[in-house]
Design a protein around this ligand. Structure first.
Ligand code: ADP
Length: 589
């Protein structure tokens, strides 16, 4: 059973009162009885002394006078009077007739008689079997002319005393009950008043415990409860401060986790996820809540689980690269760190870094090196072969053949020069300190110059150049690089357009930009080649491109220059006739 502090306080007050009341009752009862009996004894003793005087004067013949005197005095005093001869023989008794006095036993050895004989007076309380009650006996020594050393004994039943005591008991009991009742009310009020601050402390402490750290206890009491209130206020302030620090720390951590480019995952010792950051969600393409879910919920990729198990079992860090399928194939560098507590590994932190782009770049670089080597090998091999044959004496033996060989060597060294020029051009465009010389450029002049430069090649194939009509807008561009773009596109158009065709250059304004399009009537571009057409060394038909003297870098250079200008490139097959249209945008001047 649970008692409130107030009830306990009240009960202790009541217990105290009860114990005190019982003690007071016992003490009062005893001392009252003592004093009543004491005064009764005194009374009886003085009456007995009066009786001795009477008996001393009136007793002439003991046999006759003693019974009479005993009866008369007994009637006058309303007590039993016994007159005892010095040998203990009862010679008169107010409660016994003369003829039956002989039946009474000798009273000499009764304690009160013995005491009276010794001290002149004596008293005793004894239960009387005849009257069935306690009796008070007082005995006094007397002398008369005829009888020396007799004893007069007065006896009074204590029923009156007992009755008085019972009355006293009732009064005491009632007053005790009343005081108990009053005390109950007062102790209730007192307990309420005493326990009020404690109850207030308990209520506010509960609110603080439930998280309301702003609550404070009134520190108005100057006692132990006041001290307790101040201690609790101190505790609440410290808790509030720590909570503020904790939440600031948490916000900082949240910001770091959110801003982190790497995916982060924390698991507990059972492999259930306890924390992931947005980058992790993006990396593994998870939208739903994963907290509390097992690792297998994220991915069933075996490498992931093997790494996790290895870290858990060995308790040491692990770094591993793995390819996972999450939406698309991704190459991920993973770093696993065990969370070590007192009882060993109790969780794992894993950082995931998507290195797919890095890998792709690495592949592009490798492919590029392989492509360049491949492109260089053919002309170098050809030049070396023909030069060796010439050295072997062809020059002297067959001058016509030798001339053809030299022409072939020249042709291939030309290809080498073109290749090296294009590679240098690309590396120049890619270098960090490359700057465009931007200026206001009129398109009419630039287009015209490109046409003039390629006129001879076009005439050889009876290809017609069609320049744009009307006034053309100006653009902000690096003149040299713009010409390079136009020449590359018009040159390609001439190269791939069959004889009798045409190459049209058109210019249209698109908001802030100007689109310049080169349209031919050639074979067009196969649909599957369109996305890769601007890659380095990509060719639709490698053999034909080489025959045409192409390096496979022209469109890559075009794309690079246009992008440096802030524009875009596009290629599409003509919808209203044969051929393709290559176009790019530049900012209006
Ligand atoms: P190349 O030096 O081989 O011309 P480019 O980068 O200029 O290199 O062009 C890449 C490839 O794009 C060419 O090999 C060719 O297959 C294709 N191509 C470019 N322009 C045209 C065009 N006008 N018509 C058809 N195919 C083209």
């Amino acid at each position: 059973m649970r008692f409130s502090f107030r009830t306990k306080l009240m009960l202790s007050y009541l217990l105290l009162l009860f114990v005190m009341s019982v003690a007071i009752y016992i003490y009062l009862n005893h001392s009252l009885q003592e004093s009543i009996i004491g005064s009764l004894r005194e009374n009886l003793a003085s009456q007995a002394r009066l009786a001795t005087m009477l008996v001393g004067r009136e007793l002439h013949d003991p046999k006759i006078d003693a019974p009479r005197l005993a009866s008369e005095i007994g009637q006058a005093l309303a007590a039993r009077v016994t007159i005892i001869a010095p040998e203990g023989e009862v010679i008169g008794d107010s409660g016994v007739t003369v003829d039956r006095l002989i039946e009474l036993e000798n009273h000499l050895w009764l304690p009160e008689v013995q005491e009276a004989l010794k001290n002149g007076h004596g008293a005793a309380i004894r239960y009387s079997a005849t009257l069935r009650t306690d009796m008070l006996y007082v005995a006094v020594l007397f002398d008369s002319n005829v009888l020396k050393g007799g004893v007069i004994r007065l006896a009074l039943p204590l029923t009156a005393v007992n009755k008085a005591m019972t009355g006293m008991d009732t009064i005491l009991g009632i007053s005790l009950l009343l005081s108990l009742l009053l005390f109950l009310i007062f102790s209730n009020i007192l307990a309420r008043l005493t326990s009020y601050p404690l109850r207030q402390v308990a209520t506010i402490a509960t609110e603080i415990g439930q998280g309301d750290f702003r609550r404070r206890l009134p520190a108005k009491w100057h006692d132990e409860i006041g001290d307790l209130a101040r201690i609790m206020n101190d505790m609440a302030s410290r808790l509030e401060e720590q909570l503020t620090n904790l939440s600031a720390e948490r916000n900082r951590l949240d910001a770091i986790l959110t801003g982190m480019g790497e995916g982060l995952m924390v698991t507990d010792m059972d492999g259930a996820i306890t924390l992931v950051n947005p980058a992790f969600r993006q990396l593994f393409a998870v939208n739903e809540d994963v907290i509390g879910r097992p690792l297998s919920h994220i991915s069933r990729h075996p490498a992931l689980h093997l790494s996790y198990r290895a870290v858990r079992e060995n308790g040491s860090e692990l770094q591993e690269e793995m390819i996972i399928q999450a939406g698309e194939e991704k190459t991920i560098s993973t770093h696993w760190v065990p969370l070590v507590g007192d009882k060993g590994v109790n969780g794992v932190v894993a950082v995931f870094h998507d290195i797919s782009d890095l890998k792709r770049l690495e592949k592009v670089r490798k492919d590029f090196v392989a492509n360049v080597s491949h492109e260089l090998r053919t002309p170098v091999t050809v030049i070396k072969g023909y030069a060796e044959t010439l050295l072997e004496g062809v020059l002297a033996e067959d001058p016509a053949r030798a001339t053809r060989f030299v022409e072939i060597i020249l042709n291939h060294s030309g290809r080498l020069t073109d290749l090296i020029t294009d590679l240098l051009s690309l590396s120049e465009l890619e270098s960090a300190d490359f700057n465009l010389q931007l200026q206001l450029v009129t398109l009419e002049g630039t287009i015209r110059r490109a046409f003039v430069l390629l006129e001879g090649k076009a005439e050889g194939k009876t290809i017609t150049f069609l320049p744009p009509a009307g006034d053309l807008p100006s653009v902000m561009a690096d003149l040299g690089r713009l010409e390079q773009v136009l020449i590359n596109l018009v040159d390609n158009a001439v190269k791939f357009t069959p004889p009798g065709g045409s190459v049209t250059v058109g210019v249209i304004t698109e908001g802030e930009y100007v689109r310049i399009a080169v349209r031919d009537t050639g074979p067009g571009i196969p649909a599957d080649s369109i996305p890769r057409l601007f890659e380095r060394f990509y060719r639709v038909d490698a053999g034909r491109s080489r025959d045409e003297g192409g390096t496979g870098l022209g469109l890559a250079i075009v794309k690079h220059i246009v992008q440096l200008h802030g524009g875009t490139v596009r290629v599409e097959n003509n919808s209203d006739g044969p051929g393709a249209t290559f176009s790019f945008t530049l900012k209006k001047g």
